[in-house]
Design a protein around this ligand. Structure first.
Ligand SMILES: NC(=O)C1=CN([C@@H]2O[C@H](COP(=O)(O)OP(=O)(O)OC[C@H]3O[C@@H](n4cnc5c(N)ncnc54)[C@H](OP(=O)(O)O)[C@@H]3O)[C@@H](O)[C@H]2O)C=CC1
Ligand SMILES: O=C(O)CCC(=O)C(=O)O
Ligand SMILES: [Mg+2]
Length: 421
């Protein structure tokens, strides 16, 4: 196969003009969306670089297609290809509820240690939204991607494993709070110092680089003190230790209040922010979910744990027009490995109908192009999406809420984006 490998040296990606990029088509709506996305991304690169640069797509298998062809849901070959070529993009993969295989999406993130799930949320002019002022929403979610209850350490009630864990907890650890011990299933929530620090560090680095005003640590630390509560504490401690005057944290604020009172704390915070410090604050997850509706302008970069990040991603996506336009990336900033993917899933009821909005994967591709340093092509993707929306020629999800819009199929919307580049 022709094309060259993206490599990484001293933390910097070397991207050739003919990079090989593995892609996973995905289950459900994946094939429809991928077909449109590949066309759009190729067109943007062609238009930006006039043939000097070209992506060499390499299909790798996962999900139903992989199982049908190889008998495996996530073949080793797929993982090896992503390790070798560093940067990949994928459609969604189905995960059955309650039983069956564990999430292949989560497995890819864990096996490749893609610790940051980065999901930008912004409004495109003209997109129908359920909120009054969607333009006030401009956030980037950094979701921890390898720990928390997504680690998949859980034991089904009635199994010998669940009995053993329960016995350990009740007899050796003195646990008395299990309400119905005869029928209980159990899950474990690992959250570590290293896992927290590398995620919060990535969020702070991004915020400083992009000159954002704040990073908010979103947690449920009042209830889960040693996991979510420590995520907050470890995040603040790392920020102060590693970033010094470049940040001002609410932990610092609280210490000044305790020692010198509120007025002194307000003054210190104002002075630090006036000098350009990044504010590191925190919010309890339930309150945060109402504040992103009522006061979204107060939040910019969000750092949070895996489950909170999953919920927050879909909630914020809905506020700017839905999950059809919510992109994302799974990144390890040390190894350089990254898989770009939409926030949404496989929407099985729409599979094969050439109907859904391909923007989430297309905009994930836009993030990928920027990650590669191909900003001119990335800008064209954004221009194409903006133009298609401004022309009100859109897929069903926007059309049903937009007055005077023309309904396009998924593939037609891809073409519309290309025509607007
Ligand atoms: N990273 C991944 O691969 C992910 C995989 N999944 C998996 O996907 C499967 C289905 O999950 P489900 O909970 O139904 O969530 P989905 O995100 O797949 O779909 C929920 C709803 O979101 C809307 N939607 C989703 N994608 C689009 C799109 N491209 N354009 C327009 N609207 C869209 C549709 O709304 P409406 O009905 O209003 O038209 C759809 O019914 C599950 O197995 C789940 O585990 C879920 C999330 C991420
Ligand atoms: O892996 C899955 O099936 C769901 C994942 C998910 O919802 C997400 O990453 O946002
Ligand atoms: Mg999700």
């Amino acid at each position: 196969m022709s094309g060259s490998k993206i490599t990484i040296e001293n933390g910097k990606l070397n991207v050739p003009n003919d990079p090989v990029l593995p892609f996973i088509e995905g289950d459900g709506i994946g094939p429809d969306i991928w077909a449109a996305s590949e066309r759009v991304l190729d067109a943007a690169v062609e238009k930006a670089y006039g043939g000097e640069r070209k992506i060499h797509w390499k299909e790798v298998l996962a999900g139903q297609k992989a199982f049908d062809q190889t008998g495996e849901w996530l073949p080793e070959e797929t993982l090896e290809a992503i390790k070798e070529y560093l940067v990949a993009i994928k459609g969604p993969l189905t995960t059955p509820v309650g039983g069956g295989i564990r999430s292949l999406n989560v497995a890819l993130r864990q096996k490749l240690d893609l610790f940051a799930c980065v999901r930008p949320v912004r409004w495109f002019t003209g997109v129908p939204s359920p909120v009054k002022n969607p333009g006030a929403i401009d956030m980037v979610i950094f979701r921890e991607n390898t720990e928390d209850i997504y680690a998949g350490i859980e034991y089904l009630n009635g199994t010998p494993e669940a009995e053993k864990v329960k016995k350990f907890l009740m007899e050796e650890m003195g646990v008395t709070q299990i309400r119905f011990p005869d029928s209980v299933s159990l899950g474990i929530k690992p959250v570590s110092v290293e896992g927290t620090e590398r995620l919060v560090r990535a969020a702070i680095d991004y915020a400083l680089d992009q000159k954002q005003p704040s990073v908010t640590l979103v947690h449920k630390g009042n209830i889960m003190k040693f996991t979510e509560g420590k995520f907050k504490d470890w995040g603040y401690e790392m920020a102060e230790r590693e970033y010094g005057d470049k940040v001002f944290t609410w932990a610092q604020y609280d210490r000044i209040v305790a020692e010198q009172g509120k007025e002194a704390a307000n003054k210190a915070q104002k002075e630090a922010l006036d000098k350009g410090a990044l504010l590191i604050k925190d919010s309890i997850a339930d309150a945060f979910l109402q504040q992103i509706l009522t006061r979204p302008a107060e939040y910019s970069v969000i750092a949070t744990l895996n489950l909170n990040g999953d919920y927050v991603s879909d909630a914020l996506a809905a506020q700017v027009g839905g999950i059809g336009i919510a992109p994302g990336a799974n990144i390890n900033y040390t190894t350089g490995r990254a898989i770009f993917e939409a926030t949404h899933g496989t929407a099985p009821k729409y599979a094969g109908l050439d109907k859904v909005n391909p923007s989430s994967v297309i905009l994930s591709g836009e993030m990928m192009l920027r990650y590669m340093g191909w900003n001119e092509a990335a800008d064209l993707v954004v221009k194409g999406v903006e133009g298609a929306i401004a022309g009100k020629r859109v897929t069903y999800d926007f059309e049903r809420l937009m007055e005077g819009a023309t309904l396009l199929k998924c593939s037609e919307f891809g073409t519309e984006i290309i025509e607007n580049m």
